[in-house]
Structures are given as structure tokens and as C-alpha cells.
Design a protein around this ligand. Structure first.
Ligand code: RUQ
Ligand code: CUA
Length: 653
């Protein structure tokens, strides 16, 4: 570590920050009246019956899910359950989807999801899948945009927290996932103060043609905290750029102890070089325990597979795979512009946005322009790689997206604004206040080579005084800003679900054309499916009872079942026999200790019930499916364990 990074300016920094926050609060009150565009209403008005131009996939943060909005209307279209059980449709409760939430720690029914990332082909969003991270128990999920369902979840071994994840390459060859907390690798019982022995992993997740994910290899790097990445494209394809913090390697009170050094690092990772090292046998296959969960739509069932080894590559055995680039202190993510020539990072505590030139970086590596090394990783000389610093940017710059027209848009958390600046001249050309404390922002396609431009979708952490109050907790919010003109114009303000972090936007037609409307009944390979009402039956296997049940407007078959006994475990395998778009049926039994089923046309789901006392138990359909939905119901007769009541359904009784 070079001593120039050691000047302890954090005290001054923290005081300055406190002063800034005070000013910002006063500014807020004045800004509340800030004008919105006079034709804003027209610009966001999507006529009833008309579609929005864009989809926005917004992370749910502590809700663990993804919410889908139409843009520009701000209409909430759907919440896709990913890492958190969802009683609304039985995700994570029914037998088919429970395996999706299995991990090496057992069943984990919740997570904290931050960064959706749309699959790309040739550097442009292609509308196939959206990936998203679980921050707490390290995982990456893949959602199929044909069905809007989570179809795969891969656990990431050797990670102490999967925040900087998942960020993909321009053809979705890999997703990069870095560890936020350094930990011993392999994990073991050592004193916390031995933090110097902790390591950081940067995982490369291979995505095959069908979307299936696997851990290709993990770079084992110095144990600092790695954060958000964006990968190169065009000229910089083959590289990914991740910011990091805590080069101090603090293990307590990080807010102070990890802000001492003047500079942190961007890790520039050459994944093609790493691939080469792996091919040359420099990686080690090590023991690791993690899971790979997949939902197969042919039988509508998920399976969880336990994996036991992973390939790790120490950066010391492949020094050409990683370089550190000095960056203003406490950065929070690195972004690559649409041409792939620049990568950009803001320093939260430094009021500085720096753009680096990829070309200069390659030259600096060739010319060995190093200013030192950090635990064996070469540090590039700052002046040799920097392309420019944005002049008079803002306070607390975080994330940058690009419009494809030569401008960057950076979110500024402390000064609550979006700043628009020009690539090349590094001048700020416009500012737009946000309400308040802006985290991420998103431009549809703004992280790709082909942005649609048009809007900035800003995600704010604090909404005090923006909406009707709702008790101690107020919602986070999104704001829509028109960027099609010279000046940014605020159009719309709306609350979000959970705490949005990053989002991704895509032209609607790319997703609309892939929509699956029904699952074909004749292709249903679920072991307990029925293809018609005639196939419905009950089968007893000891004290297990399997009910093969069909649903069609507006009845269940069977709808009368007798001969169930206290002590039985009853499996209701319920098939929706409809073959019509948007006709789900629901299923639930009084007193059952689980969530309902919500079964899509042509699909089979399983509901487990253990009756505890004899009596008559009604069940019914929970989704208003027809004028006779209220009549869609049935009865189960439960008898004492020793009783000899005849076992059967309508036809036998
Ligand atoms: S975070 S506000 Cu992506 Cu989790 Cu930046
Ligand atoms: Cu089926 Cu309501």
C-alpha cells in the first residue's frame, strides 16, 4: 500500500458531509415546489387499453422480489416472487416450488435482492431473461421473461454476501458476482481480528444457451469489500470493472475505519485472461457446498441439486487477470459507457466522478505504469488511466447510466439530484433535483451499447412529505424524468414495492412477443397431473393420501372426498384443466398451515394438508374465475383414525 493513500482526511470529510446534509435538508423544503413539465401529464398518460412503451424491472430490496412497472405510466404490472415465499400464489409454499429456496443452509424463505440485469446479445438487451442477486444468502436467480417466473436459483459458494451481483457480459457469456464481506476461504473458525487472512471472491457464472447457470471459476483476490460491477463491451469486451472499498481492511465500525484512505480501488478483471489460466490448469478444484435449483416447466416442478466442488483461481497464480485502478474514496459501483471506451466511478465521500479510458488502461498495463501493489495485485498509476474528472459534479455521486448520445447521468445521494454530463468535455450540462436521496437510476438500455434513452427512472430512498403519511415507515419511490430534450423534465412520482435498488428497462415489444399464455395440458408431465376430469381419483398409500384433482370453470373434480383420517397427510395435486389465457384457479382448505395454490392453465401444483381433528372441511377456489366462482367449492370428510368409513370420491360415495 502506497503511503499517499494513507492521509487520514476522513474526519474533515465526515464533518463536511454533516454540514452538507444540513444544507440539503433546507434545500429540500424549498424544492418541494419545484416545477414539473407543463405537459407532464400528457407525457405519462397511457390511454386505457393501450400498452406502455417500456417494461421496468425493479428490484424489491428487502422484499426479495422483482416488481414490474409499465413506463411511462408507472403502472405496477406484476410482482415476480424470486427469493421470498409468496403466499399470493404459493411460490415457496407448494411442493413444486419449495426446492427453489433450498440452500446449503437449508430452506431460506427470504432475501434482499438489489440488482436486476437483463440478458444481452451483441451488447443489447434481448428480452430473454432477467437475473437478480440475493445479497444475504449469496444466490443468483434467473427469471424467464416468457412466463415471468423464477426458473433457476444458483447459490454462490465462498461468498460472504452477494451484493456486487449479477452483472453480465455483452453476450451473456458470464455474470460476475463479487463478495461484499471478505471471509476466510475456505470458511473456518478463526479470530475476527485476523481479518488480514480473509479473502475476497469474484465469481464468474457461466450462462449457457438455455440460460442454465453454473460457477465457471472464482478468482480469489485480496480480502477487501468488492462492490458493483459493469462489464466491458465493444472494445472493452473481455473485462469487468468492480469497485471495492475498505482497502483499510477494517473489521469494526467501518463507517469510520473504512474511510481513512484517500483512495480505494476499481478492480479491473480480465476474464479472458482468467479463462486462459483456468485452461492452463492454474485453477484448483476445491470442496464447497452449494445448491443449484431449477424449475422445469414440462412437469412444473423444481429440483434442488447439491454441488460439492468449485474451481478457484488465486490471482497470485494469474496476475494478468486483475489490476487495481485508484478511485476516489468509498466508491459504490463502476459503470461502462455505451461505446465501451470509458468506465466511470463516483466516490461517495469525495464529490468526484472519474472517467477512465479503457485504451489508456491497456497501454498503462503494457508500459508497466504501476504505482505500487496491494497484496500482490498491481496498482495502475492514476494519471496514466484517467480520461477525465467531471467538473463540479455533485455530492455523494453513486451510479451512472448512459443515453447513447454522449451523455452520462449520475445519481447523487447526498445532494439528491441527477446530473447530466458530457463524455469527453466532462462538463455538467444539466441537473434535476429528486425527492429525496437518490440511490440508483436507470435509463432503458442505459447499461448496454444500445440505450433507448428517453427516460431516467430515479429510485429514491426517502419520501418524507411526498405522499400521504403512512405511520412510522414511509415508502421508497421512483421518479420518471424525461431526457429526450436538452433539459431534463420531471414527469411522475410514484411509490415502489420494497426498497428498489437497481432497475432495468427494455422496449416492451421485445418481451411481449415472447409471452407464454397457457401451458399445454397434453404436454404436462407432472407425475400427478390429470388430463381430464375422468382421470381424477384418490389413492391411499398407508397414511398418505394422494388426491388427483382437476379444476375447470367452475368446479373441482372431485369435490366430495370421504375416508380421510386424522393422522393422514393429504396431498392435493391440483391441475388446472383450462386452456385459455389468464384463467387461473385457486385452491385452499380451511385451517391448512400453508398458503393457497394459484394454478395456471395446464399446470399442476401440490398442496399438503394434515387434518388434526375429525369433521367436515370445506375447500374453495380463491381466484374470481367466472360468474359462478363463488360456487367453486367442495367438502372433505375427516374421520377418527380408527374409523372404517369408506374411502373415495363423488363416484364411489
Ligand atoms: S446498491 S444505491 Cu446497488 Cu445495493 Cu447502490
Ligand atoms: Cu375457479 Cu374461482
Amino acid at each position: 500500500m502506497k503511503s499517499s493513500f494513507r492521509s487520514a482526511k476522513w474526519v474533515a470529510g465526515a464533518l463536511a458531509l454533516a454540514a452538507i446534509v444540513g444544507t440539503v435538508n433546507t434545500v429540500r423544503a424549498e424544492r418541494k415546489k419545484a416545477a414539473i413539465a407543463s405537459d407532464a401529464a400528457q407525457k405519462v398518460y397511457v390511454e386505457p387499453g393501450k400498452y406502455d412503451e417500456f417494461y421496468a424491472f425493479v428490484s424489491g430490496g428487502f422484499s426479495g422480489q422483482i416488481s414490474v412497472y409499465g413506463m411511462p405510466s408507472g403502472r405496477l404490472l406484476k410482482i415476480i416472487p424470486v427469493f421470498t415465499q409468496n403466499p399470493e400464489n404459493g411460490y415457496g409454499y407448494n411442493e413444486e416450488t419449495k426446492p427453489m429456496l433450498e440452500t446449503s443452509h437449508g430452506f431460506v424463505p427470504w432475501d434482499d435482492s438489489h440488482h436486476p440485469w437483463l440478458s444481452q446479445t451483441d451488447g443489447a438487451d434481448d428480452g430473454r431473461w432477467v437475473f437478480i442477486n440475493a445479497n444475504n444468502t449469496p444466490r443468483i436467480a434467473r427469471v424467464d421473461l416468457g412466463t415471468f417466473r423464477t426458473v433457476e436459483i444458483l447459490e454462490i459458494p465462498n461468498s460472504g454476501g452477494n451484493h456486487g451481483s449479477p452483472f453480465g457480459t455483452m453476450n451473456t457469456e458470464y455474470l460476475v458476482a463479487s463478495t461484499r464481506f471478505s471471509v476466510p476461504i475456505p470458511n473456518k473458525d478463526i479470530p475476527i481480528k485476523n481479518v488480514k487472512d480473509f479473502k475476497g471472491s469474484i465469481s464468474f457464472i457461466k450462462v449457457d444457451k438455455e440460460g442454465h447457470m453454473s460457477v465457471a471459476f472464482q478468482l480469489i483476490a485480496p480480502g477487501i469489500s468488492y462492490d458493483l460491477a459493469h462489464c466491458g463491451k465493444g472494445p472493452s469486451h473481455g473485462w469487468c470493472f468492480l469497485t471495492s472499498y475498505n482497502s483499510e481492511k477494517a473489521h469494526t465500525l467501518l463507517e469510520v475505519n473504512a474511510s481513512k484512505n484517500d483512495k480505494d480501488f476499481i478492480a479491473a478483471v480480465n476474464w479472458k485472461a482468467a479463462e486462459q489460466c483456468v485452461a492452463n490448469g492454474k485453477a484448483k478444484e476445491v470442496k464447497a457446498s452449494y445448491t443449484s435449483n431449477t424449475l422445469t416447466e414440462s412437469n412444473h416442478s423444481a429440483t434442488s441439486k447439491k454441488l460439492s466442488t468449485v474451481k478457484t483461481l488465486s490471482v497470485l497464480d494469474c496476475p494478468e487477470s486483475i489490476y487495481y485502478v485508484p478511485v476516489a474514496k468509498s466508491p459504490h459501483g463502476s459503470d461502462v459507457d455505451s461505446t465501451g471506451q470509458y468506465f466511470v466511478a463516483g466516490g461517495k465521500l469525495a464529490a468526484q466522478i472519474t472517467a477512465y479510458s479503457f485504451e489508456k488502461m491497456i497501454k498503462a498495463i503494457a508500459d508497466k505504469k504501476f504505482s505500487g501493489d496491494f497484496e500482490g495485485v498491481k496498482i495502475l498509476d492514476y494519471a496514466s488511466v484517467v480520461a477525465g474528472e467531471v467538473k463540479k459534479p455533485c455530492l455523494g455521486p453513486l451510479h451512472t447510466e448512459f443515453d447513447g448520445q454522449g451523455f452520462g447521468y449520475t445519481s447523487c445521494f447526498v445532494s439528491s439530484e441527477v446530473v447530466k454530463w458530457k463524455l469527453g468535455t466532462w462538463e455538467v450540462v444539466d441537473r434535476m433535483p429528486t425527492y429525496y436521496s437518490l440511490g440508483h437510476l436507470m435509463i432503458p438500455g442505459g447499461n448496454t451499447m444500445k440505450p433507448w434513452g428517453k427516460y431516467v427512472f430515479a429510485m429514491n430512498k426517502i419520501t418524507k412529505d411526498r405522499y400521504l403519511p403512512t405511520g412510522p415507515e414511509l415508502n421508497q419511490s421512483a421518479q420518471l424524468i424525461d431526457i429526450s430534450g436538452k433539459k431534463m423534465e420531471l414527469l411522475l412520482d410514484f411509490p415502489t414495492v420494497g426498497e428498489p435498488h437497481y432497475a432495468q428497462g427494455i422496449a416492451a415489444d421485445l418481451v411481449v412477443k415472447r409471452q407464454v399464455k397457457i401451458f399445454k395440458l397434453e404436454e404436462n408431465k407432472h407425475k400427478y397431473a390429470v388430463k381430464s376430469e375422468a382421470e381424477s381419483k384418490v389413492v391411499r398409500e398407508g397414511n398418505k393420501v394422494h388426491v388427483y384433482m382437476g379444476m375447470i370453470r367452475s368446479h373441482f373434480s372431485p369435490d366430495n372426498i370421504e375416508g380421510i383420517k386424522v393422522g393422514d397427510t393429504v396431498f392435493f395435486h391440483v391441475t388446472n384443466l383450462e386452456q385459455d389465457w389468464d384463467i387461473p384457479h385457486g385452491f385452499s382448505v380451511i385451517g391448512a398451515n400453508t398458503a393457497e395454490l394459484l394454478v395456471m392453465p395446464g399446470e399442476t401444483n401440490t398442496y399438503v394438508w394434515t387434518p388434526k381433528a375429525d369433521g367436515i372441511y370445506p375447500f374453495y377456489c380463491t381466484d374470481f374465475c367466472s360468474a359462478l366462482h363463488q360456487e367453486m367449492q367442495g367438502y372433505i370428510r375427516v374421520s377418527k383414525t380408527a374409523s372404517a368409513i369408506k374411502f373415495g370420491t363423488n363416484k364411489d360415495l
